[in-house]
Design a protein around this ligand. Structure first.
Ligand code: KIV
Ligand code: ZN
Length: 404
C-alpha cells in the first residue's frame, strides 16, 4: 500500500468566509462573519480561511478579530496573491492566532500564465519562490505556509510544470500544496490522474490539499476521490457557497467519507442546523432537492420506496436514504406522504403515526379513494386529508377508529 494512504483522516479546511464570502451579493460584515465562524467551530472543522485580509479594510478587521478569538486547536488563514505587500497584510491580520497560516495563490496553468500573467514560466517560478520565502520568514516556526496552484485543473498537458512550481514552493518553505480545480471543466478522472502524479512526486515533502469548484456539478465526487488518491487536506464550504456554481459542499463530502468508514472528526449532528443558519445569513435558499439538507430529500412518495423505508426503519441503513437523518441533526427524519404514486404502506404509516390502526382490508379500500382524490386535487395529501377519508370509511361502516 502507498505510504501516503495509511493512518490518514481528512483535514477539513473551510473556505466559506473567503471563497464563499467573496461570491455573495452582499459580503458579510464582521458580526455576520463571527456568527458563521462560531458555527464552524461547533461543527469542528480543522482550519478556517477567515478572509482575504488585503481585499478591504473591513476584511482585514474581520480576519484580525477572528484570529484573536480563535481557539488554539484551529488553523486560521488569510489568502493573498504572491505579492509581498498583501502577504504582510495577511500576516498582520492573523498573527494573533495560535496556528496562523499564510495562504498564497498563483496561477500554474499555461492558459492563465499566457493570457493573464503574460510572463515566462521561469518568472512564475521566481515569483512563487520569492513570495513563499517571504511568507515563511513571517510565519516563522509557529505558522504554516500554504501555496495554491490556481487553475491546476487546466494543467492537463503541463502537470510536470505545475509540479516544478510546487517543488519550488516547497523548497522555499511551503508546508501545504493546494491543487485547485479553479474552474471545473473536464472529467473528475482526468483531475484525479493529475492529483496522483502530484501525490507520487511530492507527498512526502508537503501536505497535499484539494480545492474544487462545482461548475459542472461534480465537485463532491472529485474531492471525495481525491482523498482516496492520497490528498489529506480537503477544502470545502458550507452549503457549497463560493464563486459561480460554488465550492465543494462540506456536508456532502463529510457524509460520503463517513459512509465509506473514514474517520470524519466533525460534529456531524451540526450539519443541518449549520445549513439553515448559512442559508439565513447568506439569503440563499436551500433548494428542496439539495442533497442531505433539502426539505424534500427524506420524503418518500412511491409505493415501492415507502415499503422499503418502512421495512428498514429499525436499521441504521435505510433502503432509500443516503444516511440516517439523525446523524446530520435532522429531527424531521424520513417522511412518508401520499400521492397517486403511493402505496398502502404509506397509509398504514401515516395512520400509525397518528396512533390509529387500520386493517389490511380497510387500507385496500382506502387506497384507491385517496389516489383518486390526490389526482383530482393535483397535490399530495396531508395527514389531515388521509384522516378525513379514514374516518369517513369507519363512519360509513359504523365502526370506531382503533388506536394502534
Ligand atoms: O479557486 C481557486 O483557485 C481558489 C484558490 C485561492 C485556491 O480559490
Ligand atoms: Zn476557489
Amino acid at each position: 500500500m502507498n505510504k501516503h494512504f495509511t493512518n490518514r483522516k481528512p483535514f477539513f479546511y473551510d473556505v466559506t468566509l473567503r471563497d464563499g464570502n467573496q461570491a455573495l451579493r452582499k459580503p458579510w460584515n464582521l458580526e455576520e462573519k463571527e456568527i458563521i465562524f462560531h458555527q464552524l467551530v461547533k461543527l469542528g472543522v480543522d482550519a478556517i480561511e477567515v478572509g482575504f485580509a488585503s481585499a478591504s479594510e473591513s476584511d482585514f478587521k474581520s480576519c484580525e478579530h477572528l484570529a484573536k478569538i480563535a481557539t488554539d486547536n484551529i488553523v486560521i488563514s488569510s489568502l493573498s496573491r504572491a505579492k509581498k505587500q498583501e502577504i504582510e497584510i495577511s500576516w498582520n491580520a492573523i498573527r494573533h492566532a495560535a496556528k496562523p497560516r499564510l495562504h498564497i495563490v498563483y496561477p500554474v496553468s499555461s492558459f492563465a500564465i499566457e493570457n493573464m500573467l503574460k510572463i515566462s514560466n521561469e518568472q512564475v517560478i521566481e515569483n512563487v519562490k520569492e513570495a513563499v520565502q517571504y511568507a515563511r520568514k513571517l510565519a516563522g516556526d509557529r505558522g504554516t505556509v500554504q501555496f495554491s496552484g490556481e487553475h491546476f485543473g487546466d494543467c492537463l498537458d503541463t502537470v510536470d510544470f505545475a509540479i516544478k512550481v510546487f517543488q519550488a514552493a516547497i523548497d522555499a518553505g511551503a508546508d501545504v500544496i493546494n491543487l485547485a480545480n479553479t474552474v471545473e471543466r473536464y472529467r473528475p478522472m482526468i483531475f484525479l490522474d493529475m492529483i496522483e502524479q502530484v501525490v507520487n512526486s511530492l507527498a512526502g515533502n508537503a501536505i497535499i490539499s484539494v480545492h474544487t469548484h462545482n461548475d459542472l456539478g461534480m465537485a463532491t465526487a472529485t474531492t471525495v476521490e481525491s482523498f482516496f488518491k492520497g490528498v489529506t487536506q480537503i477544502e470545502t464550504s458550507l452549503n457549497g457557497l463560493g464563486e459561480r456554481a460554488g465550492n465543494t459542499n462540506l456536508f456532502e463530502v463529510a457524509c460520503a467519507l463517513y459512509n465509506c468508514g473514514e474517520k470524519v472528526d466533525l460534529n456531524m449532528e451540526e450539519i443541518f442546523p449549520t445549513a439553515k443558519l448559512v442559508s439565513k445569513m447568506s439569503g440563499i435558499p436551500i433548494h428542496e432537492k439539495a442533497p442531505l439538507i433539502g426539505s424534500d430529500v427524506f420524503a418518500h412518495r412511491s409505493g415501492i420506496h415507502q415499503d422499503g423505508v418502512n421495512k428498514t426503519k429499525h436499521l441504521k441503513k435505510s433502503a432509500y436514504g443516503a444516511i440516517d437523518p439523525s446523524v446530520i441533526g435532522r429531527e424531521d427524519g424520513h417522511r412518508i406522504t401520499f400521492t397517486s404514486q403511493s402505496g398502502g404502506g404509506a397509509i398504514k404509516s401515516i395512520l400509525s403515526e397518528k396512533g390509529i390502526s387500520f386493517s389490511d382490508r380497510d387500507i385496500s379500500e382506502l387506497q384507491p379513494i385517496l389516489k383518486n382524490y390526490s389526482d383530482e386535487i393535483g397535490r399530495e395529501l396531508t395527514i389531515a386529508d388521509v384522516l378525513v377519508f379514514a374516518e369517513k370509511i369507519k363512519l360509513e361502516r359504523n365502526e370506531e377508529m382503533v388506536n394502534a
